[in-house]
Design a binder for this molecule. Structure first.
Ligand code: IPM
Ligand code: MG
Length: 378
């Protein structure tokens, strides 16, 4: 199919066509509003940078539950697996609080990560100079902060068996989850962390609780062995996860790349996100084996309290799309272009309510998207 863009010529007129298939999963809450702004960036790339995207849109989370009776339908999963990348909004909300556990919106996201084999979750925590006052920490502590958390995403206690809630028959119940890791799971996520550190400040901090958990002891031993075997050019430090939480608040600039398991990564990445002052700014990428599609989603949740009011900050979802360009589509130049335009929009004082500050101009979700497009120019 030949696609005509807004200025009247077709993508075939370009010398270098970049053809990609994306699955777009807006999800619940503010997800659809944020995704509408990503679509503007997609259209801009088609009009100005010779891209041609085939878009498959589908549901995930609560909206999928309402439509299909499950939070991730098989046909949706199939579309995701056959795309070049998947761009997701957010899942969850009080509407689905009473839904059975394995059909909750979050279960759809966990299944998507697992079935796509996305074992490495990259969560950058970057402090934009223009937003330095938005952090609850002192500016001198967070200035220039640039941490990358690599969270293991398909193993550990969120997936381990046995799991469940058991009735003990005496008026008591027992809830069980299992923290379990095998060497190959630790090695492959460790390898991602070392590789990424080489492109940054060459420093990896590996976090676990080797002092009290066998799975943590194995994690430390396997990371140490991998480092000796493949990555001794990178500086490696081990840290207990609770100490890491404390150090993130005390002296965050000591960190470059943090690699950790699913549970600790979930918690530490929220802490790191808050250092930056706005969860509304932070993207993430979830990657599997080379050549397989990645999943890109903002770190923030579905924010049901502001959904539908055009108050949401779309930049985290847009920056997630930029990560897709870099990691799944090998279009790092355009990714950087988008990231730099985001910086300029912030520098110009354009702000959604979550990052509003004195002397700045408060704008709606769609006005933020428009501001970004005009910064991108032609
Ligand atoms: C996250 C979220 C998810 C998680 C939920 C929504 C399943 O907290 O991406 O950090 O726990 O992984
Ligand atoms: Mg989380």
């Amino acid at each position: 199919m030949t696609k005509k863009n807004a200025v009247g010529y077709t993508h075939k007129d370009y010398k270098m066509t970049k053809d990609f298939t994306l699955t777009i999963l807006p999800g619940d809450g503010i997800g659809p509003e944020a995704m509408a702004e990503v679509r503007k960036v997609i259209a801009w790339l088609e009009e100005n940078r010779g891209f041609n995207f085939t878009l498959h849109e589908d549901d995930i989370g609560g909206t999928a539950y309402d439509r299909y009776g499950v939070p991730l339908a098989d046909e949706t999963l199939e579309k995701c697996k056959t795309s070049d990348a998947v761009i997701m909004g957010s899942v969850g909300g009080p509407k689905w609080d009473e839904v059975e556990y394995d059909k909750r919106p979050e279960a759809g996201l966990l299944r998507l990560r697992k079935e796509m084999g996305l074992f490495a979750n990259l969560r950058p925590a970057l402090v934009f100079d223009a937003l330095i006052d938005a952090s609850t920490l002192k500016p001198e502590i967070v200035k220039g902060l640039d941490i990358l958390i690599v969270r293991e995403l398909t193993g550990g206690v969120y997936f381990g068996e046995p799991r469940g809630i058991e009735d003990l028959g005496n008026g008591q119940r027992r809830g069980v989850n299992t923290q379990v890791y095998e060497t190959y799971e630790i090695e492959r996520v460790g390898r991602v962390a070392f590789d990424l550190a080489r492109k940054r400040s060459n420093h990896v901090t590996s976090c676990e609780k080797a002092n009290v958990m066998e799975s943590g002891k194995l994690w430390r031993e396997d990371i140490t062995a991998l480092h000796a075997k493949e990555s001794s050019d990178v500086t490696l430090e081990h840290m207990y996860a609770d100490n890491c939480a404390m150090q993130l608040l005390r002296n965050p600039s000591q960190f470059d790349v943090i690699v950790t398991d699913n549970l600790f990564g979930d918690i530490l990445s929220d802490a790191a996100a808050m250092l930056t002052g706005s969860l509304g700014m932070l993207p993430s990428a979830s990657l599997g084996d080379a050549g397989k599609p990645g999943l890109y989603e903002p770190v923030h949740g579905s924010a049901p309290d502001i959904a539908g009011q055009s108050k949401a900050n779309p930049l985290a979802t847009i920056l997630s799309f930029a990560m897709a360009l870099r990691y799944s589509l090998s279009c790092g130049v355009e990714a950087t272009e988008i990231e730099e335009a985001v910086q300029r929009v912030l520098n110009s004082g354009t702000r959604t309510p979550d990052i509003m500050a004195e002397g700045c101009t408060e704008v709606s979700t769609s006005a933020m998207g428009d501001a970004l497009i005009s910064e991108l120019g032609v």
